[in-house]
Design a protein around this ligand. Structure first.
Ligand SMILES: NC(=O)C1=CN([C@@H]2O[C@H](COP(=O)(O)OP(=O)(O)OC[C@H]3O[C@@H](n4cnc5c(N)ncnc54)[C@H](OP(=O)(O)O)[C@@H]3O)[C@@H](O)[C@H]2O)C=CC1
Ligand SMILES: Cc1cn([C@H]2C[C@H](O)[C@@H](COP(=O)(O)OP(=O)(O)O[C@H]3O[C@@H](C)C(=O)[C@@H](O)[C@H]3O)O2)c(=O)[nH]c1=O
Length: 297
């Protein structure tokens, strides 16, 4: 008997959506329904419940978001609607269908003052509008249904969409040196690795109603770096393959003013995801090599 499960994913061109489409293509048991505007517009949450009910998926993966961190500072209402009310409506529909909802969230729910990697149980205190809006999404999903997993990831890069890795390679085409902040540390995470992890967690949620599989989980690439160290590794791999590279000058955040303040410590402890779901993401260096190689091919 064919048991092709239908995974509704919000967004069309996003990094995580594109990665899910690519990684699921090889699988006979999963069909990805990527839905974005106009079918599902998170800025207009009124139509979302009916749209999800009509599609009758086996799980909802809430991946679309207002991700422009600096722009969100001056566009608060839109960020709160898209990242707060959008997921709330998705989770409400999931509850009505009695299916799980998987919400992708962020390290930016923390203020970065902890001197060690963050646990799921640590208090949240976002520094900016984006982090606050994503936290509203987490809370709305948890309030709508117990049948949820909130996966907090960070520093996402991939061959798709807009991200730090692609920005660095692009800038190096015209610049010999780049100033990059060295006092924010986190876990660079490949969207392709996120896709593999999301597929594993989703099938666990569909297979079992066990409450232990539900709740908040941290889900990042293994190992840590500052943005300057991440940039230096991108250029080391790129240079090795004859691609663009630049000298990285490490600078403090104070020398790179931005509308939104970022956490100094963005590191997430992912031990719970490994223990409960049996999922561990590859090292950020290995996945960076994979993505840089693809960008240069
Ligand atoms: N990027 C990062 O570094 C991190 C991301 N995250 C979270 O991971 C998730 C995926 O991020 P990522 O793939 O990088 O995101 P992207 O910025 O690559 O893509 C965002 C997606 O959201 C969609 N979207 C934006 N506004 C709306 C709207 N009003 N209605 C419907 N869709 C909309 C976009 O649609 P379209 O395709 O039409 O443009 C796009 O598909 C998000 O929840 C984000 O908060 C968490 C930590 C780090
Ligand atoms: C382009 C550039 C950035 N930077 C700094 C600015 C900033 O502190 C850091 C990263 O810049 P970005 O704007 O790419 O990253 P940012 O938008 O802050 O990335 C965040 O996106 C959201 C969606 C998340 O959820 C987070 O996990 C995180 O990935 O690098 C430099 O120091 N030099 C540069 O040339």
């Amino acid at each position: 008997m064919s048991m092709r499960r239908r995974y509704l994913v919000t967004g069309l061109q996003g990094q995580v959506v594109q990665s899910l489409v690519e990684r699921a293509a090889a699988r006979q048991d999963v069909e990805i329904l990527a839905v974005g505007r106009p079918q599902i517009d998170l800025a207009a949450p009124d139509g979302i419940v009916d749209a999800v009910l009509a599609l009758k998926p086996d799980i909802v993966i809430s991946a679309a978001a207002y991700t422009a961190v600096d722009q969100a500072e001056s566009d608060e209402a839109a960020a709160l609607t898209v990242n707060g009310q959008g997921p709330a409506a998705l989770a409400k529909a999931a509850a009505m269908l009695d299916i799980p909802v998987l919400q992708i969230s962020t390290d930016y729910v923390f203020d970065g003052s902890k001197p060690a990697p963050y646990l799921e149980s640590d208090p949240v205190a976002p520094l900016g509008v984006y982090g606050r809006s994503k936290l509203e999404g987490e809370r709305a999903v948890a309030a709508a249904t117990d049948n949820h997993a909130i996966l907090r990831t960070a520093w996402v890069y991939s061959p798709f969409g807009k991200n730090f890795l692609k920005t660095m390679l692009k800038l190096a085409e015209t610049r010999d040196e780049l100033n990059v902040v060295d006092d924010q540390r986190g876990n660079p995470t490949s969207a392709l690795d996120i896709a593999d992890a999301v597929l594993a967690v989703a099938s666990n949620l569909i297979a079992s109603r066990d409450a232990a599989l539900r709740g908040v989980f941290h889900m990042t690439g293994s190992g840590e770096a500052s943005w300057a160290e991440f940039a230096a590794e991108i250029f080391r791999i790129s240079a090795e393959r004859g691609g663009p590279s630049a000298k990285v000058n490490p600078i403090p955040s104070s020398a790179y003013p931005t509308p939104a303040k970022r956490p100094a410590n963005s590191r997430l402890d992912c031990g719970k995801l490994t223990a409960v779901h049996g999922v561990t993401l590859p090292s950020w260096q290995a996945s960076t090599a994979e993505v840089v190689a693809r960008m240069l091919s």
